[in-house]
Design a protein around this ligand. Structure first.
Ligand SMILES: [Fe+2]
Length: 301
């Protein structure tokens, strides 16, 4: 191909990619090329603006680490993560809804080894998180018909009383993050500190772009959880607090009504003593309802 013009460039580029033998990859690449070209034409992108976009990507790469992805954050603040999440997790009424993974999920942070396991009823507050609001998180992993799910692996992660996730702290040790396995009763429970609203990381290009555009950089307080159980769809979600001032302008578009709960204040001294907490404390009581995986559902028919 030679002598490309404004008019025939897209056609020529698509033709150059047309031998792509993978139908799905071809569908994605062709649509990406077409939409990118429409976008460039529509905004009449200048060379300076093109260079700024490349510079943005370089800045994302420079600040990203295995535990902090500015690329995921960019996808989050542009609403792409939320859209992908919604498209891929259509569930019936009564099943727990998905929400965005966010940039701070860690399965295994390099030299730190796997995320520690906490027994059901364990304590995540430890010595490092005094000063926050003590909170008891509990519920059951179950099916829509109420049957408890045994052997579910839950991953919880959240920020601390200083508003930061463990991977944002200078010492980078695991904190306020655990894995937990359900027994026959499907129950999970632990004591922790109340998560706080926080800004997305302000030292990277995503926040700079948002602040330039006068967009809110705060997220409402939330507890992240990812659940995997054999035979069930994996669920990644967040639990929010009713009344939080950022529920309607979440920086990353993760809030769904069914995930907003009343993190109620429990003033019972007896309840607090039973948990090794001081009264009053907060309670987050939430059942996580999983759907059978498509293959498992088909096999049962
Ligand atoms: Fe978060």
């Amino acid at each position: 191909m030679r002598d490309l013009t404004e008019q025939n460039t897209t056609e020529a580029v698509l033709a150059a990619w047309s031998d792509n033998p993978d139908p799905r990859f071809k569908q994605i690449v062709d649509a990406m090329i077409s939409h990118l070209h429409v976008f460039v034409r529509e905004v009449q992108l200048t060379e300076e603006e093109w260079a700024a976009a490349i510079e943005y990507l370089h800045k994302c790469a420079d600040i990203s680490t295995p535990e902090r992805s500015e690329f995921i954050l960019t996808s989050d603040v542009l609403g792409v993560s939320s859209l992908v999440d919604t498209i891929n997790n259509r569930r019936p009424e009564g099943a727990t809804e998905n929400s965005v993974l966010g940039p701070f999920f860690v399965a295994e942070a390099g030299d730190l080894g796997p995320v520690p396991e906490l027994e059901v009823g364990g304590d995540l507050i430890g010595d490092r998180n005094r000063g926050g609001d003590p909170t008891h998180v509990h519920g059951v992993v179950r099916r829509r018909d109420g049957t408890p799910i045994e052997g579910a692996e839950l991953n919880f992660w959240q920020n601390g009383p200083d508003g930061l996730y463990d991977m944002q702290e200078p010492d980078r040790g695991y904190n306020l993050r655990c894995r937990m396995f359900t027994g026959a009763d499907g129950r999970f429970a632990f004591t922790t500190t109340k998560p706080l609203p926080y800004t997305i990381p302000l030292d990277g290009p995503a926040a700079a772009m948002m602040q330039y555009a006068k967009r809110n950089v705060w997220r409402p307080a939330h507890l992240h959880v990812r659940i995997e159980a054999p035979g069930y769809e994996r669920l990644t979600t967040e639990i929010f607090n009713e009344g939080d001032e950022y529920l309607d302008n979440d920086a990353v578009f993760g809030v769904k009504n069914s995930l907003v709960l009343d993190w109620r204040v429990n003033e019972s001294r007896e309840d607090a003593e039973g948990l090794g907490l001081a009264a009053p404390f907060r309670e987050i009581n939430y059942d996580i309802v999983l759907e059978p995986a498509a293959e498992a559902a088909e096999a049962a028919e």
